[in-house]
Design a protein around this ligand. Sequence first.
Ligand code: HEC
Ligand code: HEC
Length: 209
Amino acid sequence: MIRHTLLFLAGAALAIAPAFADGDAAAGQASYATCIACHGDNAQGNKALNAPRLNHLEPVYIAAQLHKFRSGARGGEGATATAKTMAPMAAVLADDAAVVNVAAYIAGLESPASTATVEGDTNMGADYYNQFCGACHGAGAVGNPALNSPRLAGGDDWYLQAQLLAFRSGERGAHPDDKTGKQMRAMAMILPNEQAVRDVVAYLHSLGQ
Ligand code: HEC
Ligand code: HEC
């Protein structure tokens, strides 16, 4: 029953992702200088600053999130303190071209998988993932840009956990202009409890990069 609902949602709500023009990574390198202090020189992330790894993400998703931070759809009123830290940083980027270029630069960077910090039952997590998440995020959690769904494999486990909790509390995905966040918010709320959040995150981390 739930499976059918998910397939319906995946088909109906996410039919068309707009075309995305690739940015100029060389031009984006200069803007990335502002980001290094928190995200690191290879966009490997820095847990002590709550700044996540970024280099596993598709440029289209990085740019979409930067646009949300710039418009206030993410990181505005009612958001987590960490999202509010990021919003003014996205505002530093000069224009839409700068957003797309820095996204292209970040996606070309590399770093090893981060270490596990969240404990959970990976078998339970795999069950939850296959039942509730895979339709959008794909087998192996590699993401599906056509459904606006980001890659989760390779993401920092502490960050994935924090985002799922933020979706559940409405600190992310509740802004009226955040349509894709709203879709994900509904999905995060399907998980029965916070142990299930840890289980699915532990499973995602076990997938490696
Ligand atoms: C002061 C530290 C800081 C700086 C500088 C900073 N960020 Fe961030 N960034 C963060 C934090 C903290 C988060 C996590 C936000 C959250 O918890 O929702 C974040 C999140 C992001 C995300 C969302 C990733 C995802 O998977 O959803 C992107 C994209 C991003 N930053 C890009 C950038 C870019 C590009 C720059 C430079 C223009 C930059 N950041 C500069 C702290 C920073
Ligand atoms: C209906 C499709 C759909 C389903 C099903 C779905 N997601 Fe998502 N997910 C999305 C979309 C779309 C986004 C991007 C949200 C945005 O644009 O802010 C997202 C974003 C996320 C993020 C934030 C990643 C980041 O780097 O910021 C996490 C974590 C996540 N999903 C985990 C899950 C988990 C775990 C499940 C299963 C319980 C799940 N998703 C089910 C569509 C879906």
